[in-house]
Design a protein around this ligand. Structure first.
Ligand SMILES: [Zn+2]
Ligand SMILES: [Zn+2]
Length: 256
């Protein structure tokens, strides 16, 4: 399996170590045709890109695109902020981004104080090996599903990393809405059984590095191991072997 494009990389504008230009050069060296620069979204405390930095960031990403032979896209790893599925991009922000990723992170400004349970509640249960209750899983699943229904999200990042959703339910929703499920090579996030159950829904996948430094751009090792163990057919992954995904966000913006 050869990666065509890496749609999840960070720079110093969030918690990455390098610049967009350095990420692009690394992507070129890794033989990629395309890369997205995807900082943490606006409601991420400490690690998110600030709204007021967005213009400078855009300038750097566009310059990186010109500098290298790799196509460099602007993207965001938005935060799912509550059970309502609210994310931290408004329609006004849409013009700044080519690719729309979203995931659950912990240290964020939640929509309502009670929404802390989808992030902190998951973190607590994962850290202290507490079995999640059915109602907890239902709430987290609902947050993911409503996010996908109400926002033109291209990729759900690291599903179930530090939280507990019904992965197959989320994957089914992704399949219905044309949202991709990420298989991350940064950290384990779905069990083999969960990933196999996702495959059965017909969802399509992308493999991403979630690189926070140039040495990991285009890295697929951990994802390849998970793919082999869970038996994900390679033809269900749309950013490998010369293929490119068909993203719903770009389509959505054409009709705005
Ligand atoms: Zn993330
Ligand atoms: Zn990330």
């Amino acid at each position: 399996m050869k990666l065509t494009a890496d749609y999840h990389t960070h720079t110093t504008y969030s918690d990455g170590k390098n610049s967009a230009a350095e990420n692009a050069v690394a992507a070129e060296k890794a033989g990629l045709a395309e890369i997205a620069i995807t900082e943490h979204g606006y409601s991420h405390i400490f690690r998110g890109i600030a709204r007021k930095e967005t213009e400078a960031w855009l300038g750097e990403v566009r310059a990186a695109d010109k500098l290298s032979r790799v196509r460099v896209l602007t993207g965001i790893e938005s935060n799912i902020r509550g059970i309502s599925g609210a994310c931290d991009l408004t329609e006004k922000d849409f013009e700044n981004f080519d690719v729309y990723l979203a995931g659950i992170h912990i240290v964020i400004r939640y929509e309502h104080p009670s929404d802390r349970r989808i992030g902190w509640g998951g973190w607590f249960r994962r850290t202290f090996h507490v079995k999640p209750s059915a109602s907890f899983v239902r709430d987290v699943t609902r947050a993911y599903i409503r996010a996908i229904e109400n926002n033109p999200i291209d990729i759900i990042t690291h599903l179930n990393y530090q939280t507990f959703a019904d992965a197959a339910e989320v994957a089914k929703c992704c399949a219905d809405y044309g949202t991709y499920l990420e298989i991350s090579s940064k950290k384990p996030h779905l069990s083999d059984d969960e990933l196999a159950a996702c495959v059965n829904t017909g969802v399509r996948f992308v493999v991403n590095s979630d690189a926070h430094s140039v040495d990991r751009i285009g890295d697929t090792k951990l994802a390849e191991e998970a793919i082999a163990r869970a038996g994900v057919p390679l033809d269900r992954i749309d950013n490998i072997d010369g293929r490119f995904p068909k993203f719903r966000f770009a389509e959505y913006k054409k009709h705005m």
